[in-house]
Design a protein around this ligand. Structure first.
Ligand SMILES: [Zn+2]
Length: 338
């Protein structure tokens, strides 16, 4: 048995739990371990899976569970002080219970840091940038639009109630051709997420394909709109004008939203995550984001007037990969409990 302390990161998702172990230096120990999450079967079912993951992580590293000095975990729902506020895709018993305390007791009163998945992903992007010590704002277009903010030094900003950084639901000044604001999944009209998400992509594809000039586009077949939205990326990668136009609009509107977020938080570094980070046309997409950003952000948010060469806001793609969120919460546990 070793005297060195280790810290585990447990990223609890709707389908799987991704888990990692780091040492006191913050270096990964062994590979990521992934198990099913069973979150819809109640928290007890998930706790069992977390134990499986922790046992495997320590066994793979030749360690015992007693070597773990702290745990970081993230959940796919808003939470505060270990208590989940809204259920998202979880079973009912997750809500209103002190998940952190319950799991800590079960594990031998180990200290646990718990946050939501957006914050965890942002913390992960911070963790993989070892030389970056400033702020970091993450936005991640996916089914919705997630995000998180890491303050200089490495703590996530979670707000007074753990409800901060709902970046998908700020309003953007953009309307459909007919003057309407799109309805968001949250029930409001005109949210950023209603333009920048997979759900938004499906709506945009349906609207654009219904136009007479696009009647002969190969996507105008009998396939369901979910499938069309999925295939749109392949078309965009091949330079298809119709597909490129839809992603260009999405990128620009993400740039509008980022202009407001940067004006509020001045993070210095904006990281864009989600599936587009792996696409062949991501450089072009980033240009579209910058176009929108330049349109709405003042020049000082791009370049400092004191040092003309100095960028005030840098934009990068996410680079933490699959294990970013697990690594992020493991890093936070290490910061707090070492
Ligand atoms: Zn919304």
């Amino acid at each position: 048995m070793s005297d060195t302390a280790y810290f585990a990161g447990l990223d609890i998702g709707g389908t799987t739990v991704k888990s990692v172990l780091v040492d006191e230096m913050g270096d990964l120990v062994g590979d990521m371990v992934e198990v099913r999450s069973y979150v819809k079967d109640g928290y007890e079912a998930t706790f069992k899976q977390l134990e499986v993951a922790l046992n495997e992580l320590t066994a793979n590293a030749g360690l015992t569970r007693e070597c773990i000095r702290g745990i970081g975990m993230d959940v796919p729902a808003p939470s505060c002080d270990g208590v989940i506020w809204g259920k998202a895709n979880l079973a009912d018993d997750w809500v209103g219970t002190d998940i952190r305390e319950l799991f800590s007791d079960r594990f031998g009163t180990i200290p646990i840091y718990m946050t939501n998945d957006g914050n965890a992903a942002a913390l992960g992007e911070y963790a993989v940038r070892r030389k970056h010590h400033g702020g970091l704002l993450l936005v991640a277009p996916g089914t919705g639009l997630g995000g998180g903010l890491v303050l200089p030094g490495g703590r996530a900003y979670e707000g007074g109630n753990g409800l901060a950084l709902e970046v998908g639901h700020i309003s953007v000044p953009h309307r459909e051709d007919d003057g309407t604001l799109p309805r968001c999944s949250c029930g409001l009209d005109g949210c950023l997420e209603a333009w920048v998400s997979l759900v938004a992509l499906r709506r945009r594809v349906a609207i654009e394909l219904a136009k007479p000039e696009n009647a002969n586009h190969p996507l105008n077949d009998d396939s369901p709109v979910e499938e069309k939205a999925f295939r749109l990326r392949d078309f965009a990668q091949e330079g298809d004008e119709f597909a490129v136009g839809i992603f260009q609009q999405q990128g620009q509107i993400l740039g509008y939203g980022l202009a407001d977020l940067v004006r509020v938080f001045d993070p210095g570094l904006v990281v864009i995550g989600g599936g587009l980070a792996e696409s062949d046309f991501r450089d072009q997409y980033m240009e579209w984001v910058m176009e929108g950003f330049r349109e709405r952000a003042w020049p000082m948010y791009l370049n400092s007037p004191i040092e003309p060469e100095k960028k005030t806001t840098r934009f990068e793609w996410a680079s933490g990969g699959d294990s970013a969120a697990a690594l992020g919460v493991a890093f936070s546990a290490r910061e707090m409990f070492r």
